[in-house]
Design a binder for this molecule. Structure first.
Ligand code: BDR
Ligand code: CA
Length: 318
């Protein structure tokens, strides 16, 4: 099994990613960190604990992380996409168990040192907690199996701004530190995550599933309505789950060059851009010195069917 720690700004697609990681037999989900982004960090924490309890994994510790960006003061959220509750405005109101008595960054450091070389970090929100862990423990890059990030965009347009993807745009300085650190990175960006769609037909698989699957379908209504505005009707995406599948090795990856990636932290219109050196697409450039970022460009979108089937199959015992 693949050991991993997720770091989530638990909104709607984060919820699906947590369910997948918690339920998949080949994944050993050691812990989850919460971070601000889609929603404020206390809401992200509550939703993360709730999701784990829904799929019978209340045993997985959840540690709360950053409430805002590393350096800048402009904290903003995406309630308009994920709902005021981060659950499509239909959170079921269930009370949840306590968060762990540590921070998301410290949790990463402690678990990675206890499992040297084995743990994948899978951040699927702003990278504030990962950058904080790096600052606290510069040895971290040599101790992880890798970092599989939902974030960025190589050739695809941005979504938070014309050039920037939301997780990067939320905290560009944190992203710059994370992409610069010498660890193996997989970048699951918009180039691939926008191509894995949950159609109404696929959603029906969840509706025919157990309680957790039905809840997942319900919280997607608002999210799919928002995304569907550009696609002529309800349709949802599962951005974050793709980063989990990439780390777990359950994703079929067709094209993924290893290139240099830098983050634009300027104050201009390209703030938050993931500047990926894709010139090799034009001419077979020699391997780029020190490149350590595998940028996903083409994957099999059938991963969606595997994810939905796994979640639909879960039945709460008793
Ligand atoms: C990313 O931003 C959020 O909307 C999603 O949770 C995902 O992590 C997509 O750009
Ligand atoms: Ca997210």
């Amino acid at each position: 099994t693949v050991k991993m720690i997720l770091d989530c700004d638990t909104g709607v697609d984060d919820t699906m990613a947590i369910m997948y990681a918690a339920l998949h037999p080949d994944i050993d989900l050691l812990a989850v960190g919460s971070v601000w982004g889609n929603v404020d960090v206390p809401t992200a924490t509550r939703n993360t604990i709730h999701t784990l309890e829904l799929v019978g994994r209340g045993d997985v510790p959840v540690a709360q992380g950053a409430a805002g960006p590393l350096l800048r003061k402009d904290t903003y959220f995406a309630y308009f996409v994920h709902g005021d509750d981060g659950q499509g405005n239909v959170y079921d109101g269930a009370p949840v168990g306590p968060a762990a008595d540590t921070t998301a960054a410290q949790q990463i450091i402690d678990i990675v040192h206890a499992n040297p070389g084995e743990v994948w970090l899978v951040p699927v929100g702003p990278l504030t907690n990962i950058a904080t862990a790096l600052a606290l423990d510069p040895e971290l890059p040599g101790l992880v199996a890798g970092v599989s990030i939902m974030g960025g965009n190589a050739l695809a347009p941005g979504n938070a701004t014309p050039v920037a993807e939301a997780n990067i745009a939320h905290d560009a300085e944190a992203a710059a530190a994370v992409f610069r650190a010498p660890w193996p990175i997989i970048m699951a960006g918009l180039d691939v995550t926008m191509k894995v769609v949950i159609t109404p037909e696929r959603r029906a698989v969840l509706d025919a599933g157990g309680k957790a699957a039905q809840y997942m379908s319900r919280i997607m209504q608002h999210y799919g309505d928002f995304i569907g505005q550009s696609f002529g009707g309800w349709i949802a995406t599962m951005h974050d789950t793709i980063a989990v599948a990439a780390a777990a090795g359950t994703l079929t990856i067709n094209t993924a060059p290893v290139v240099n990636v830098e983050i634009d932290c300027s104050d201009g219109p390209s703030h938050g851009a993931t500047v990926c050196d894709m010139r090799g697409l034009y001419a077979g450039f020699p391997p780029q010195e020190g490149a350590h970022c595998t940028v996903l460009l083409d994957i099999e979108e059938s991963i969606a069917d595997e994810v939905l089937a796994l979640i639909a199959a879960y039945r709460r015992p008793g």
